[in-house]
Design a binder for this molecule. Structure first.
Ligand code: ADP
Length: 192
């Protein structure tokens, strides 16, 4: 199985690139933000719980996210592997992911990190706000909070994988296709 963590700050392009990667590598996409938004749309208990955190640009508590991901992994153990998008977002989540995969004799093949300067992230999120309908895309305070949360709680996750020798950085500025080519060659080198 090929199990990839696609990493990067809000607005780095993880969703866009995931769509291309799952198609070419037949992987199961586990995007925690998308899963929460689906729950919110259906007004499930989980959706209601996640909403206040998400709308403010804060992280949903680890236990809630970890439980949701574990369910998804168990549903798709017969596939080619997973691409994790927006997860893990804390070192605690990364530890939990390693443990869940290990239970099934699996592990993370590698992390691919999209690097994009902060100013560019803000421009992209504001552009996306016009069509995303996402409350957390709509104003500067929320966008700045998300970037701060990323810097404080999420960026240490890169070191977690770096220490395991599983980290590859990709320049996330450029054309969607060129960035995809870079990601694709990083992933292909993990497959052998
Ligand atoms: P973006 O990468 O643009 O911030 P996401 O869709 O990945 O968008 O995440 C949106 C929001 O969903 C986050 O700000 C957070 O509130 C919640 N969320 C998503 N994934 C996680 C996670 N792994 N841990 C905690 N909260 C999460």
């Amino acid at each position: 199985m090929l199990n990839i963590v696609l990493f990067g700050p809000p607005g780095a392009g993880k969703g866009t690139q995931s769509a291309k990667i799952i198609e070419s590598h037949s992987l199961v996409h586990i995007a925690t933000g998308d899963l929460f938004r689906k729950h919110m749309g259906e007004s499930t208990e989980l959706g209601q719980l996640a909403k206040s955190y998400m709308d403010a640009g804060n992280l949903v508590p680890d236990q809630v996210v970890i439980g949701m991901v574990e369910d998804k992994i168990q549903e798709h153990l017969d596939g080619n592997g997973f691409i994790f998008d927006g997860f893990p977002r804390t070192v605690n989540q990364a530890d939990a992911l390693d443990q869940m995969l290990e239970k099934h004799g699996l592990s993370i093949s590698g992390m691919v990190a999209l690097e994009v300067p902060e100013e560019e992230l803000k421009v992209r999120i504001k552009e996306r706000a016009k069509t995303s309908g996402r409350v957390d895309d709509q104003d500067d305070d929320k966008i700045n909070n998300r970037i701060q949360v990323y810097n404080r709680e999420t960026s240490p996750v890169a070191d977690y994988y770096r220490n395991q020798g599983k980290f590859t950085a990709i320049n996330g500025v450029g054309s969607i296709d060129n960035i995809y080519e870079e990601i694709n060659s990083a992933i292909t080198s993990l497959e052998v």
